[in-house]
Design a protein around this ligand. Structure first.
Ligand code: GDP
Length: 367
């Protein structure tokens, strides 16, 4: 009787005949010491993709070598954390290769947010960071929105060459690759991981045709992302999982709003006006008088003002202060990793405090 093999991941019986059937493992997988089915292989690589830290030598080596290839570079960013998802120095690494910028999590945007304005803002922000993408595409890895357009743009701009997908962790790169796999017809694809030459990092290769492949580089950890300041169990408060419901606060000047303990917004001077918050529906907003704000933060960070919870609050970096003279009209104050606050009044002096490293900026409103 033939010896049966079971998947070390899920326990299902392994078979090598039918890729569409449960338990399938491609022939090369059967030669490995630990055998897992293709499904587990994918789950393993796309849910627990290896990560490295910004400045990791191996990662820098990978990026550098992308510059030596002829390929299309696809950078995935989180539209709610544009600065936090930026791969620093990317413009230096990619050489002359074209870059396609992909803004993920578009499913979270309320209907009244103008997509074109968001794309224009991303283009401008990329230019400020030294990069001129050939195109900017908004997608939702979760819902599939925009993915057809992304595939079309990738095919147009790669012109037969390889694709390198890069991004920091938590932008949804793994979710997006999973989505692309579905789109390309998962069962026909033969996915392999290999160590990038001269490094210890795994790069995942997905063939596109006989001559070219898509390479998924490891996700890189950017310590400046606000989400690293909360415990893993609190992450779900920060990362919206549903379309945002804007919350409006009618404010007089000399009032302060806290977003948990992660951001403090002081309305210093201006006429009575609405502040509209586009942040995760699960985050608490706490209102107080400006004169009481210092004391409140001091006493209640980690409790009334959370996330971060008590434990993480102890290690919060010092707050950086950003001062804005917001012009009259429609403007957004953008807090990277949290979302933004729309002002539609007659102008306002506003101060924003966030943990050191988190970017805050202002832009014409997306509404
Ligand atoms: P990676 O670290 O870049 O590979 O990111 P993941 O694919 O692991 O996703 C990071 C987080 O973002 C997870 O909580 C995902 O559920 C979430 N996420 C990824 N893509 C989307 C999306 O299109 N929409 C929404 N709302 N969340 C997403």
């Amino acid at each position: 009787m033939e010896h049966e093999i079971y998947c070390a991941g899920c326990g299902v019986e392994i078979q090598a005949e039918d890729p569409k059937h449960v338990g399938y493992a491609p022939p090369q997988a059967l030669e490995k010491e630990t055998i897992i089915c293709q499904r587990c292989f994918r789950i393993r690589h796309y849910n627990e993709a290896s990560t490295v830290t910004l400045g990791d030598d191996d990662f820098v080596r990978i990026l550098n070598s992308i510059g030596d290839t002829k390929s299309l570079v696809v950078q995935v960013v989180d539209i709610f954390d544009f600065n936090g998802s930026w791969l620093r120095g990317l413009h230096r690494f990619v050489g002359n290769n074209p870059i396609l910028l992909v803004g993920n999590k578009v499913d979270l945007l309320p209907k009244n947010v103008n997509r074109n304005r968001l794309v224009n803002w991303m283009r401008k922000s990329a230019a400020d960071l030294g990069l001129k993408p050939v195109d900017v595409i908004l997608v939702s890895a979760h819902k599939g929105e925009g993915v057809d357009r992304l595939v079309a743009a990738m095919n147009e701009h790669r012109r037969g060459r390889d694709i390198h997908v890069v991004g920091v962790t938590n932008v949804g790169k793994s979710s997006l690759i999973n989505r692309l796999l579905k789109q390309f017809g998962e069962s026909e694809l033969d996915i392999t991981t290999s160590q990038f030459p001269g490094t210890t990092l795994d790069v995942i290769e997905i063939p596109l045709d006989e001559r070219s492949s898509l390479y998924d580089t490891p996700g890189i950890v950017n310590r400046d992302q606000i989400l690293h300041l909360v415990a893993p169990s609190e992450l779900k408060l920060l990362l919206p999982d549903k379309q945002l419901k804007p919350k409006t606060y009618q404010l007089n000047d000399k009032q302060t709003l806290f977003i948990g303990g992660l951001a403090r917004i002081d309305f210093v001077k201006g006429e009575h006006q609405p502040f509209v918050f586009y942040i995760s529906n699960q985050l608490n907003i706490h209102r107080t008088k400006l004169e009481k704000a210092d004391e409140l933060y001091e006493k209640h960070l980690g409790t009334l003002l959370s996330p971060p919870g008590k434990e993480m609050a102890e290690n919060m970096p010092k707050l950086d202060r950003f001062t804005f003279k917001v012009p009259a009209g429609n403007q957004d104050i953008v807090i990277s990793g949290l979302g933004w606050i729309a002002l539609h009044g007659s102008g306002a002096n506003v101060e924003v405090r966030v943990p050191k490293g988190v970017a805050v900026s202002i832009r014409p409103s997306l509404i």
